[in-house]
Design a protein around this ligand. Structure first.
Ligand SMILES: CCCCCCCCCCCCCCCCCCCCCCCCCC(=O)SCCNC(=O)CCNC(=O)[C@H](O)C(C)(C)COP(=O)(O)OP(=O)(O)OC[C@H]1O[C@@H](n2cnc3c(N)ncnc32)[C@H](O)[C@@H]1OP(=O)(O)O
Ligand SMILES: NC(=O)C1=CN([C@@H]2O[C@H](COP(=O)(O)OP(=O)(O)OC[C@H]3O[C@@H](n4cnc5c(N)ncnc54)[C@H](OP(=O)(O)O)[C@@H]3O)[C@@H](O)[C@H]2O)C=CC1
Length: 515
């Protein structure tokens, strides 16, 4: 019998960010392994014209939850969406809902966050710091609370090279930052943002670091743990390999490369690609929830959920294998044949951005204009390059994360729990994982049918022929221009022609002699 699965049985669990990538995988696993849990409360906001119920219905009817209805037939009754917006005071939760949450909740998983790298500081602080503080305040009023698990990121201290499982201080106290957001206007906040974030690359990593400090400061008398995953990738094994549903991390880049838009990217080939599968993160999170509630460690434990120190993969290996997988499973309607490379200097990056990205985009826009359509490719390309530049920080550096707590947790699990809640990344086969990643992107993000692969191959062949024709045409145009304007080019041309002529005459003469 799994101790962890049994622990969640009969429990009332509160999840924030349940509609997000990790939140959904977490919920699915909970229902699959502990179908006898009492209830899962999820804090949801209505979004894109969908009501809470419609959002829940959509999640439960998705491929990810395909088997849950069999395992837990009354799953609809066990999931209780609560209308909440983490940007509002008290999250805008109604009095009745709040009373129910406060009186019943046993475990909290706090996954909600803004993960955008370009969020203004005010918004990032509101969601990643103030909302965390408010949730802890709520948690402190829950008499039945057994554990509070906070999802942070391994990059919250990415300004350091070696990161231990401890909370590092920030130069300004989070409380002061929260207060200042109340009275400073946007222009001043924008001005001080670079000074506050210091040597971190964005407001996301900075506010996640502040969020951790808030957890430490406001969690008196509570059993709290912090999970720090690195770059969360699609599922490795559960409920099936390759599930992914957003463009974050490498997914957007894989699409851009597979569709032939992206031909080069500035990256350090030998830098560690610290990806971690979503199901691994969820297994560790659930195991940590159990350990925190049952063993009640004296201090807040931080768990690094990373792959680099146990089973490292680098960007070169990943890139090459992504490209190799495109050969087997090409994406449909590619713009150009997928073929990309890494650049390592400013000069080569700018050069290839001009030659391989912007020039083809301009040519295609001309074609669209000539055929009476609206040009849009250059705009798309510029946006893609801007987005990629925001990710570059993470693909040109390596970090070392110590994983003592994570290894300790693994060692205290029963063999059965180690199997059901497996978070041992040493068992991960990167080539298989990357292949499933590309397949998952094709199936679940691009919603492309595998039956379309022959047509996708045909399309790539057509693109290859167009590419050859284009190169030949370009060669002749350049040659004509050179020969028309430059004596030296004419001389070279006559030399080549006479050389070929002599060679052919010799060849013809020698074959006549043989006869
Ligand atoms: C020699 C061989 C060489 C081989 C070479 C091979 C090369 C090829 C192989 C490649 C592999 C190797 C390289 C890998 C590099 C990986 C880098 C990873 C680094 C990640 C580090 C993460 C570390 C930290 C981890 C963490 O701890 S945090 C989690 C990570 N956080 C992020 O990763 C957020 C980042 N991103 C943003 O911060 C925002 O994305 C931002 C960028 C501001 C843009 O923002 P914006 O311009 O607004 O664009 P989007 O919002 O993205 O949207 C744009 C449009 O797409 C739409 N759309 C958004 N979603 C979706 C969705 N689901 N479904 C459908 N549509 C969607 C949206 O509607 C909009 O459409 P439209 O409105 O135009 O119609
Ligand atoms: N993905 C990754 O690579 C990594 C993620 N993490 C951490 O894991 C956690 C989960 O990340 P992930 O699932 O990828 O993120 P997603 O962006 O997929 O999900 C974010 C969740 O937060 C919710 N949310 C955002 N704003 C609000 C709001 N104002 N009110 C209520 N809910 C809100 C979203 O709801 P809605 O659907 O309504 O937008 C969504 O459910 C985060 O804390 C993140 O920092 C850490 C390392 C890496």
């Amino acid at each position: 019998m799994s101790m962890i699965a049994a622990f969640y049985g009969g429990k009332s669990i509160l999840i924030t960010g349940a509609t997000g990538f990790l939140g959904k995988v977490l919920m699915e696993k909970l229902f699959r392994t502990s179908p006898d849990l009492k209830i899962i409360y999820i804090l949801v906001r209505s979004k894109a014209g969908q009501t809470l119920q419609q959002r829940v219905f959509q999640i439960l009817n998705s491929k990810l939850f395909e088997n849950i209805k069999e395992i837990c037939p009354n799953v609809h009754e066990k999931i209780r969406p609560i209308s909440a917006d983490l940007n509002q005071h008290d999250f805008g939760i109604s009095k009745e809902d709040m009373e129910e949450l406060l009186s019943s909740t046993n475990i909290i998983f706090h996954c909600a966050a803004t993960v955008r790298f370009d969020d203004p500081l005010r918004h990032a602080v509101q969601l990643n710091v103030t909302a965390t503080q408010q949730l802890l305040l709520m948690a402190s009023q829950m008499p039945k609370l057994e554990a509070f698990i906070h999802l942070s990121t391994a990059f919250s201290n990415c300004n350091l090279k070696h990161i231990d499982e401890v909370i590092y201080p920030c130069s300004v106290e989070p409380k002061k930052i929260i207060d200042s957001m109340e009275w400073l206007d946007d222009a001043i906040i924008d001005e001080i943002t670079p000074k506050l974030i210091g040597d971190r690359p964005n407001t996301y990593t900075y506010t996640k670091a502040l969020g951790e400090i808030v957890v430490q400061q406001e969690s008196e008398n509570m059993n709290v743990a912090i999970i720090r995953p690195s770059i969360v990738g699609p599922t490795w094994q559960e409920p099936f390999p390759g599930w992914v549903d957003n463009l974050n991390g490498p997914s957007g880049i894989i699409i851009a490369a597979g569709k032939g838009f992206l031909r080069s990217i500035r990256a350090t080939p030998t830098a560690v690609a610290d990806l971690i599968p979503a199901d691994t993160v969820v297994n560790l999170t659930l195991a940590a929830g159990w350990y925190t509630a049952v063993h009640r460690p004296k201090s807040t434990l931080i768990y690094h959920c990373t792959s680099g120190n146990l089973n490292p993969c680098n960007w070169l290996k990943m890139g090459l294998h992504v490209l190799a997988t495109f050969e087997k499973v090409p994406f449909e309607k590619a713009f150009r044949r997928p073929n990309a490379d890494f650049t390592t200097t400013n000069f080569t990056t700018h050069y290839w951005n001009a030659v391989s990205h912007r020039v083809p985009a301009i040519i295609y826009d001309c074609y669209l204009r000539l055929t009476g359509r609206k040009p849009r490719v250059l705009k798309l390309m510029n946006r893609l390059l801007r987005n990629i530049s925001m990710l570059e920080y993470f693909i040109n550096r390596s970090w070392e994360w110590s994983t003592h707590n994570t290894e300790m947790l693994m060692s205290v699990l029963s063999p059965e729990d180690q199997r059901i809640f497996n978070f041992d990344v040493r068992q991960l086969n990167w080539l298989e994982y990357i292949e499933n990643y590309v397949l998952g992107v094709k199936k679940y993000l691009l919603k492309e049918d595998m039956a379309g692969i022959p047509e996708a191959r045909q399309h790539l062949k057509r693109l290859r022929n167009i590419h050859y024709l284009f190169n030949i045409a370009l060669f002749f145009i350049i040659w004509r221009l050179l020969v028309a304007r430059w004596q030296m080019a004419r001389n070279v041309w006559f030399f080549i022609v006479s050389f070929c002529y002599k060679f052919l005459s010799y060849f013809r003469a020698s074959s006549t002699l043989k006869l």
